[in-house]
Design a protein around this ligand. Structure first.
Ligand code: IPM
Ligand code: MN
Length: 357
């Protein structure tokens, strides 16, 4: 089990350290290798995804990733920004299938901003396509408007684009996942406006013919955003493109009270995976020992399950996290107003103690 540990920026190093601690407490043999990524790699090597980091990632079975980004890199040209590291890893390793579960732990029902009856028991899986769409579509750039009333003004342009095989393969991933769950897939698009989405919808319907046991429905992205807060429990698996998935997964995460709880997995067709918390680098609290390490710890559990087929170990970590929550331990992001909270390291230590106990 060869794992590349890429902690990155902001709170990345703090939360990844806790996940590594939890992995080491399992009593298994992991081969862990660390490398710099994001702004930290830019500072050390002049590039957010240096060749040595990329080759370590390629040679590993799985990547445990923290987070990248910090305001101090905002002025850099785009290709050198920390975000390019995660985008580059997704593209170079062909990590096209992104699993973003939004699960409400019963212990945290009060942490959600929505009414408990709307969210209790919530268990949604967002399957986000990660290699295509307007994130990677060419052409893109900055130029001058050629004619019309704004002639001569600066304009920015990007290309939203999906090919049939790209839609087909993420569709299959979503339908397969639904078979392990409630057998319902909601495909989210904007086919009333976009050709990309028209193709997306047609291909999803074709894919669904191979899964007669799974129910497919379609929703426009604006309506999906509304339904996610109106009746979130009506969803099982949501499959969507890169941009819509980015937005909807942040929205879905907040239904559960805190984005600090949610893990994610990004897989390619060789079952190689990158595992990262759904949240970002939170530079405002970096280095303060306040960040919630549970999303990263749960990402390590997803890694054991998806990349190594070790459901037993994943289950042990998940049970330990539930124990700790049931014992009332809370980091600041999930603590009730006015109630005491613990820091990053104490939370990690508590999960290790629960694993052992
Ligand atoms: C995410 C992040 C990334 C994305 C950024 C950091 C490039 O927001 O993983 O959701 O937009 O995909
Ligand atoms: Mn995002």
């Amino acid at each position: 089990m060869k794992i590349a540990v890429l902690a990155g920026d902001g709170i990345g190093p703090e939360i990844v350290a806790e996940a590594v601690k939890v992995l080491n407490a399992l009593g298994e043999r992991f081969e862990l290798s660390e490398a710099k990524v994001g702004g930290a790699a830019y500072d050390a090597h002049g590039h957010p995804l240096p060749p040595e980091t990329l080759s370590l990632a390629r040679e590993s079975d799985a990547i445990l990733f923290g987070a990248v980004g910090d305001w101090k890199y905002d002025a850099l040209e785009r290709r050198l920004r920390p975000e390019q590291a995660i985008l580059g890893l997704r593209r170079e390793l062909g990590l096209f299938a992104n699993f973003r579960p939004a699960i409400l732990y019963p212990q945290l029902a009060d942490a959600s901003t929505l009414k408990p009856e709307v969210v209790s028991g919530l268990d949604i899986l967002i399957v986000r396509e990660l290699n295509g769409d307007v994130y990677f579509g060419q052409p893109r750039g900055l130029r001058e408007v050629e004619d019309g009333p704004f002639k001569g003004a600066r304009e920015g342009f990007d290309t939203m684009r999906y090919s049939e095989p790209e839609v087909r393969r993420i569709g299959r991933v979503a339908f397969e996942a639904a078979r392990q769950r409630q057998r319902r897939v909601t495909s989210v698009d904007k086919s009333n406006v976009l050709e990309t989405s028209q193709l997306w919808r047609e291909v999803m319907i074709e894919v669904s013919k191979d899964y007669p046991d799974v129910e497919l429905s379609h929703m426009y992205v604006d309506n999906a955003a509304m339904q996610l807060v109106r009746a979130p429990k009506s969803f099982d698996v949501v499959v969507t493109g890169n941009l819509f998935g980015d937005i909807l997964s942040d929205q879905a995460s907040m239904l559960t009270g805190s984005i600090g709880m949610l893990p994610s997995a990004s897989l390619n067709d060789r079952k190689q995976g990158l595992y990262e918390p759904s949240h970002g680098s939170a530079p405002d609290i970096a280095g303060k020992g306040l960040a919630n390490p549970l999303a990263t710890i749960l990402s390590a559990a997803m890694m054991l399950r998806y990349s190594f087929g070790r459901n037993d170990l994943a289950g042990r970590i998940e049970a330990a996290v539930e124990r700790v929550l049931a014992d009332g331990l809370r980091t600041a992001d999930i603590a009730e107003a006015g109630k005491a909270s613990v820091g990053t390291r104490e939370m990690g230590d508590a999960v290790v103690a629960a694993l052992r106990g």
